[in-house]
Ligand binder design. Sequence first.
Ligand code: DER
Length: 222
Amino acid sequence: MESKKLAGEKAVEYIKDGMIVGLGTGSTVYWTILKIGELIKQGLKIHGVPTSKDTEQLAVKMGIPLLNLSELSKIDLTIDGADEVNPRFDLIKGGGGALLREKMIASISERFVVVADETKYVTTLGKFPLPVEVTQFGWEITKKQIERMGQINPQLRLKDNAPYITDNGNFILDCYMNTIEKPEVLSVQLNMIPGVVENGLFVNMADTVIIGGSNGEIEIKH
Ligand code: DER
């Protein structure tokens, strides 16, 4: 927890008065949102754009004024976590089930800052199963289509022994494969499959990565 807290809190240094800030989802950016709440109490003036219903609830609790995506054409800064980050700053995201809204909000952000503990920084993506958001309609067919790509094992994400349902009413297939050598290729191939809504590969989107170390050190990569 400490290394996540270190990274999460450090990210608020990128926030300036008047900004519109995309608020990510997960246990690392949780610390960012708590810190923003403190700064709001001290007079910081920003608006947040939540990437999930969970984050929306937390942001409201922290007194962060919110906007929804439909009101915006751009966001100044988004701060979010990741399940894996490689040296090119390609990410696997979606462990928390929020990948679609996270990717939409990151895609219109001037700057995208990732906060993570050191365990997330990997040489090659793929040890973490890649979340793929799919329509409920025909998900079994979509699963078969992904299997036909070869070397990918898609599994329906469950919660309390029932299919996990995202904030957008979709299912998630967690795709197990060994390594992802060309995330930019796989991302396009997956999104071409009818029934795939979005995948958790964030390629060429992150600008800055803040890594919290178990030794109490913080490393900022640009
Ligand atoms: O679901 C997501 O994309 C989250 O951002 C996730 O990847 C971050 O998880 P963590 O900060 O709780 O490890």
